[in-house]
Design a protein around this ligand. Sequence first.
Ligand code: PLP
Length: 439
Amino acid sequence: MGKQLAIEGGAKAVKQAGAYPTKIHVDELLELLDLWEFPAATRRTLATTIRKAAAQIKGPHLFRYYNPRPSKVEAAEKAFGKFIGSPYCLAVNSCTSALIAAMRALGIGRGDEVIVPAYTFFATAAAVGACNAIPVIADVDDTLTLDPQDVARRITPRTKAIAVVHMLGFPAQMAELKALADKHQIALIEDVAQAAGGSYRGKMLGSIGTIGCFSFDYYKVLNSGEGGFVTTSNEWLHTRAQSWHDCAACWRPNRFAAERREGELFCGENYRMSELQGAVALAQIRKAGRILNGYRTAKQRIMAALALPRGIKLNRLADKQGDTSTSMVLFMPDVEKTKWATKAMQAEGVPAGGIYDAKIKNWHIYTHWDHIMEQKAVAPDGLPWSGVKKSELPAYAMDMCPHALDYLSRSVVIGINANWTAAHARAVAEGINKVLAKV
Ligand SMILES: Cc1ncc(COP(=O)(O)O)c(C=O)c1O
């Protein structure tokens, strides 16, 4: 006769729960602090204080779900949705993921076409291909964003969406593009990777189209190193994007229930944001007003002091008030003058750069997108290109978007810094003026 079982009222074999299951503790926190590069003495003081307090903490739970504490990712979603004015907001691990989740939510797949601008980071077009759909490249105009007239010319019966990109923080021509999308009953996807906090006619970018996609990678207006958000006012699209972002529609109200509506269950991927990114993103979102104010003030100061000679123009702004002001673009009379002015401004200490040079690889311009121009495929099935008849594929050619090449080859772009003081902005304006006077 053995001991009485606990299930029958006997004593439990395991009296206490084991150690808290997280393996992440103070060593990991000290590694994080290392990233902030405190002076050695401060770091040592912090390390001593933290190690002394080690016994008082359990360690963080860095997974947003099953979290015994309020999730930072969830808080970031709420804060960012409020900031953008979108009732639904999903955090993901990048804008590339956001774009794919958005397109999958819209049901975009094999054989469908999505119109993308000739000037955008390659990710916008790559996301289309990753959905096995065909990226159709449309020209940009003097706003450096999609030219609505060229978009209209490129719409076919297979077009499922227009992916508009608010490049360099400049709002795109949303009224015209939305009218086009509505007329053809296709989706308008906003790629707001470079323009978080920008607006168009009083509405925040990312809340105007069918769905908005944001990047929080290190180089963006707001960042968490890596990260992204999907915003929409359409609950169904949010549900489907959320399902796609977590492989098996795990986070439905009842995860094991049958579909509430056809199209709710499908095989997805994993684009979840971690609590580490969520915490940094949340702090950034709370500081968004200050950061944007820094950009806008610096650009206004430069603009107020700018002396534009005849023949040199700024890019046209679809909405001046809505410009995030992270950059400023000057169109030069010709390519030679562009190259000279760029170098001359750099010599003055102005953070100026050129955009397009056929000989210099730049993944922001379609002529350098070998993956598309040469129709590369990841697998022998040849997708996405084999998803339509050859005769239906767009005619990808180096000269298919002449305005993009013309404007971009004559552009000098100046990156604005949100932390510039009035004196620094004045010095930058002086450097620009000095050079422009000699063009
Ligand atoms: C216009 C645009 N779209 C998409 C992306 C992709 O963003 P992420 O790096 O978060 O995937 C970027 C990033 O540079 C971008 O500039």
